[in-house]
Design a protein around this ligand. Structure first.
Ligand SMILES: *Cc1c(COP(=O)(O)O)cnc(C)c1O
Length: 483
């Protein structure tokens, strides 16, 4: 609903002197700020009654699209169902009202949850120990690389400054390596999107600290040469890092620890069901194989004779205050428990089945650059028929008219018209069939009435935005709108 009365900007609803609430004068002295810190003029804030504010923001929220509104096949982001029970558990007063400096003997239950998730992740990935401290996937990558650097330094192996990253990797991989003070070396992909082992051979020497890999890779394909790659990297003294942001397709099927990886991160907010998007909150736990536990950051939660303790080793690396995003940790643990031992094994196969079903149902109308069985996601290179001039952007916009969120578009950069689809394991066959039908209808519209698709969306509160203008001349304040 786009109700004019409640406008698009709270400033447009402002009336001078209107108040949302009033407090009685208590007679208590107010604290005066030093003159130098005070504003010279009044802050220009909207002045509204309470109900107007409530309606304004409620209506704004209804203009948004989320997993609870409809299908959200955003590749590389794993937008799966976030069950409400996760929220209920995270909101339990015993969890929500904890203080991070509370003595451990007053929060044994919370520490038990924390500890159990560390152990569950170790079991699911085949690694030895996990830290839940990092606040996001990228933060996990940085933590993992700091662990790797600390490991090399502990052996006085100071010349290892290079990190090998595939050219198809998520942008955070090279960024994390650079932030860690390491040098990024790019390894090429083969035509099928997998790491080019021959190219890799030429990059390996005693300056390599680590190789970062995403598996399934950014194109959703399983990297078949991992045993060979791990052998080569280990032979030259480097460690293997696994980007497990999207671990769905692996759950219950295979484990990074068994493939020869030494360090990895997982995005709890993707793989283990926590609402995300718009920047958070996230959690990027990092796991290490046996022998590297000593390099994990502090603080850690440990268990001795059934009692949980927060261990704070002053020598260890620290990557943030306290123990991480606890509410996300509870949600992930709830999700794992509510799936249960048997159903966790179904996550990978179902995520894979759903993606392949969509791919094979659409590949006659959309260009599939890489044939073969994908894992949880895959990439089309736009429509198969390029003569209509209808682009991936147009298809994405038209999907909104039909009530579907767009897939990831124009990423990865390996193709000009990338359309990256990830249905996740949570979706029913009816939802998936509905999406396939709409994607086929849009391809038909592109052929018969291309203007209809190029001018989409037609049914959303805001139509087609001028991307270039929005990027070059963004309107960021209400004053700009008013002038
Ligand atoms: C999302 C993602 C990341 C980064 O995770 P953030 O939590 O957004 O920092 C890293 N690698 C891959 C493959 C991802 O999909």
């Amino acid at each position: 609903m786009n109700n004019k009365l409640y406008g698009n900007l709270i400033f447009e609803l402002s009336h001078k002197g209107r108040r949302g609430y009033s407090l009685p004068d208590t007679g208590i002295a107010t604290h005066h700020l030093p003159e130098a810190l005070c504003r010279e003029s009044e802050a220009e804030l909207p002045e509204c009654d309470e109900l107007t504010v409530v309606r304004h923001y409620t209506n704004l929220s209804a203009n948004n699209f989320g997993v609870n509104n409809g299908f959200y096949p955003l590749g590389s982001c794993t937008m799966k169902y976030n069950p409400a029970i996760n929220e209920e558990m995270a909101a339990l007063p015993g969890f929500a009202n904890l203080h991070p400096l509370q003595p451990a003997d007053t929060c044994q239950g919370a520490l038990e949850v924390y500890y159990n998730l560390q152990r569950s992740l170790a079991a699911l990935t085949g690694l030895s120990e996990f830290t839940l401290n990092p606040f996001a996937g990228a933060h996990g990558e940085l933590t993992g690389l700091m662990i790797i650097r600390a490991y090399h330094q502990s052996r006085n192996d100071d010349k290892r400054v290079k990190v090998i990253v595939p050219d198809s990797a998520h942008g955070t991989n090279p960024a994390s390596a650079a932030v860690c003070g390491l040098e990024v070396v790019e390894v090429k992909s083969r035509a099928d999107g997998s790491v080019d082992v021959e190219d890799l051979r030429g990059l390996l020497d005693d300056g390599v600290a680590a190789m970062m890999m995403t598996n399934p890779n950014t194109l959703g394909m399983f990297e078949r040469d991992i045993p060979e790659i791990a052998r080569l990297v280990h032979e030259c003294g480097g460690l293997m890092y696994y980007d497990g942001a999207n671990l769905n397709p692996m759950l219950g099927v295979c484990r990074p620890g068994d493939m020869g990886f030494d360090v990895m991160h997982i995005n709890l907010h993707k793989t283990f069901s926590t609402p995300h998007g718009g920047g958070g909150p996230g959690s990027g736990p990092v796991g290490v194989r046996a022998g590297l536990e000593a390099f994990l950051p502090a603080p850690r939660v440990v268990c001795e004779d059934g009692t949980y303790r927060i261990e704070n080793d002053g020598e260890a690396i620290h990557i943030g205050a306290f123990l991480g995003n606890f509410a996300v940790i509870i949600r992930a643990y709830t999700y794992i428990l509510s799936l249960g031992h048997e159903n966790v094994r179904m996550v990978g196969p179902l995520a894979t089945l759903n993606a392949n079903y969509i791919k094979d149902s659409l590949k006659d109308l959309y260009k599939l650059p890489i044939e073969g069985r994908c894992k949880h996601e895959f990439v089309f290179d736009g429509l198969a028929d390029k003569s209509t001039g209808v682009t991936t952007m147009d298809v994405a916009k038209r999907l909104l008219d039909y009530g579907y969120h767009a897939p990831t578009i124009y990423f990865p950069l390996l193709f000009h018209e990338s359309l990256m689809i990830e249905p996740t394991e949570s979706e029913s066959i009816d939802t998936i069939d509905g999406f396939i039908e709409v994607m086929r209808r849009i391809a038909e519209e592109a052929a018969t009435d291309p203007e209809l698709v190029k001018s989409a969306p037609h049914s959303t509160p805001i139509g087609r935005v001028d991307d270039v203008l929005a990027a070059k001349r963004p309107t960021l304040t209400v004053k700009q709108i008013q002038s």
